[in-house]
Design a protein around this ligand. Structure first.
Ligand code: HSE
Length: 345
């Protein structure tokens, strides 16, 4: 039997459109293989307005409208209804939140997430702000309202990390994790190592949809810092603030430094670390020249990786895409399927 999951999509930029492309191209296969049919009953975007239809909006139509920059002309189109209005007024089982990340206030996503969870709607998100700033609060709010708060796509796009540790490593304990957590900077470092310029590599990362709306957050390390905070809270039971996580980006890594590292058999990577110590958990983000036999040294381009050191398994490395339109849209899909399966139980 197919379970129908009614979803509102908030934010229809790169990631939201990635989800819609997957639903357009393989929605039927997803229904058949997972037993969960995802129906987009409402969409809101700061620039494009909103649209809603209890019977479901066609992903192909939404994508065509998004290309014109406006949802006007779609069923239930309403330029004046903002995201919060849509979340409150459109009946849905879940909300997919894919607005831009703000790691200082979490807004507007934090208000969207709080509103949906308060109404008992499950939330899946790729937005790092709410998970980095308020994971404990949001998980408690979800539990009180019998809803789920899933955020797999906040770290390593659709590459499974949070779910992998929560499900497949249940019973083990992580002592340390070291990760390449930002696709844009790894892409830039890889291009620079091959002789490319920083500026060209950054422009290409922006064109490919890897970089944040403001790429300073990538190159100065703050995106990786947000992910480190999420991983510490989600996987190592420790709430950290940005002020507790020393952070340096890649802006001071020169072509000369890269060449010198190479001559020593090393490679620069932007590494996020979370480690248990005698006093709790400490975390940091910064460039490191890694020896080539380090499991993180061979990760190139937009790929990301996390090397875990655990009590029972020892060393385990997860490698996969860290950013990208469909790759991150897929994270929303996987979390929505999980919500549908939980509701079906
Ligand atoms: N800007 C981020 C990156 C996107 O480059 O990794 C994924 O969080």
């Amino acid at each position: 039997m197919v379970m129908e999951l009614r979803v509102t999509l908030i934010g229809c930029g790169t990631v939201g459109q990635g989800l819609l492309e997957i639903l357009r191209d393989r929605g039927n296969e997803v229904d058949r293989r997972t037993g969960v049919r995802i129906r987009i009953v409402g969409v809101a975007d700061m620039k494009m307005g909103s649209a809603e239809s209890p019977g479901g909006l066609e992903p192909a139509q939404l994508l065509a409208a998004a290309r014109t920059g406006s949802f006007a002309g779609l069923p239930g189109a309403e330029r004046r209804r903002d995201a919060l209005g849509l979340i409150r007024e459109v009946d849905a089982d879940a909300m997919a939140e894919a607005t831009f990340t703000n790691l200082e206030t979490g807004e507007p996503a934090l208000s969207h997430v709080r509103a949906a969870l308060t109404l008992g709607r499950s939330v899946v998100t790729t937005n790092k702000g709410p998970a980095a700033l308020a994971l404990g609060e949001l998980r408690a709010l979800a539990a009180r309202n019998r809803a789920a708060f899933l955020f797999e796509g906040t770290v390593m796009s659709g590459t499974p990390v949070i779910g992998l540790v929560e499900h497949s490593l249940a019973g083990d304990r992580i002592q340390e994790l070291r990760g390449i957590l930002n696709g844009t900077t790894n892409f830039i470092l890889t291009k620079m190592e091959a002789g490319g310029s920083y500026g060209e590599a950054l422009a290409e990362a922006q064109r490919l949809g890897y970089a944040e709306a403001n790429p300073a957050g990538d190159v100065e390390g703050h995106d990786a810092q947000g992910k480190v905070i999420i991983l510490a809270a989600a996987l190592m039971e420790t709430n950290l603030t940005a002020a507790q996580v020393p952070c340096e980006g890649i802006t001071r890594i020169t072509p000369d430094a890269i060449a010198r590292a190479r001559a020593e058999g090393k490679r620069y990577k932007l590494v996020g670390v979370v480690r248990r110590t005698g006093n709790g958990v400490e975390a940091s983000v910064g460039p490191q020249a890694l020896p080539l036999d380090d499991p993180l040294a061979g990760i190139s381009g937009v790929m990301n990786a996390i090397n875990f050191r655990t009590d029972l398994l020892g060393s385990l490395t997860v490698v996969g895409p860290g950013a990208g339109r469909v790759e991150t849209g897929f994270a929303l899909l996987a979390d929505l399927i999980e919500v549908g399966r939980r509701l079906a139980r």
